[in-house]
Design a protein around this ligand. Sequence first.
Ligand code: AMP
Length: 289
Amino acid sequence: MKVLRTVKEMVEFRKSLKSPIAKVGFVPTMGSLHNGHITLIDQARKNCNVIVTSIFVNKTQFGPNEDFNSYPRDLDGDVKKILNSNKYNDRVEVVFAPESEDVYPPSSKITRVNVEGMDDTYEGRARPGHFSGVATVLSKLFNIVQPDISYFGQKDAIQSILVKRLVKELNFPIDIVIVPTEREKDGLAMSSRNVYLTPEQRNAAPILYKALKECERVFNNSNGNISSEELFKLGKSIIEQETIVKIDYFSLVDMNGTETQYLERDGILSGVIKCGNTRLLDNMILKKK
Ligand code: AMP
């Protein structure tokens, strides 16, 4: 296992790899790894012989009142978790964990990447500048790591749509693989932010998954002929059963991320709740039969 702490080291390591012998799989993360991250790394291990996991809390995707400073950071624990989860002995495993100042040299002026239209999505409106921060850091990381395949979680469904558009529209020669959401036994989607939850909030948080599952059931029973308003109303009525949880929003988009009232093909129902100050998001793919 190599732990590379600078952009320069990562670039040099990448240059030392000979293609086509080396197939590089890349898993970008913000660290504080849980089993959801490990499923992405495991997928990379299946398809690639060099696996790079980046651990980088990216300041440009946080808003001024968000949790950038308090975001959980545990590089030693993350490295151990990756080591302990490795069942192969012929894969090269790399952790790339640069400092913020190395990725963003100190200047107020930085080049930003904007995937047009992402700020008009529900999540984009709720977090101004967030998606441009994500697109910017991913463009940088893709250029530094130069992976063959990069892995992302379905948990961040709108981000997955952004990544697919980013590589297509900026011609990054990278395949994107989306991995299903890993959940706790009670359905709560695994997230680094779950550590913020008090025991009471932790008990209430799976209501989001329950609401999404119920919406999926009703969607299937109606053969997909149900409006977004009706789905949101149903979802909200379920969330309201847990009084300590506040609903932020529900949204329904097609697989290209465009908001829609009725789905003509498959789509994504997303829900965001707040437990105290902690914002939790989850989603369900609705399949049109
Ligand atoms: P993060 O560290 O939260 O930025 O997440 C890094 C990557 O892991 C993203 O592609 C996420 O979508 C993915 N991810 C986060 N949570 C899960 C989960 N519960 N199951 C699968 N993938 C996840």
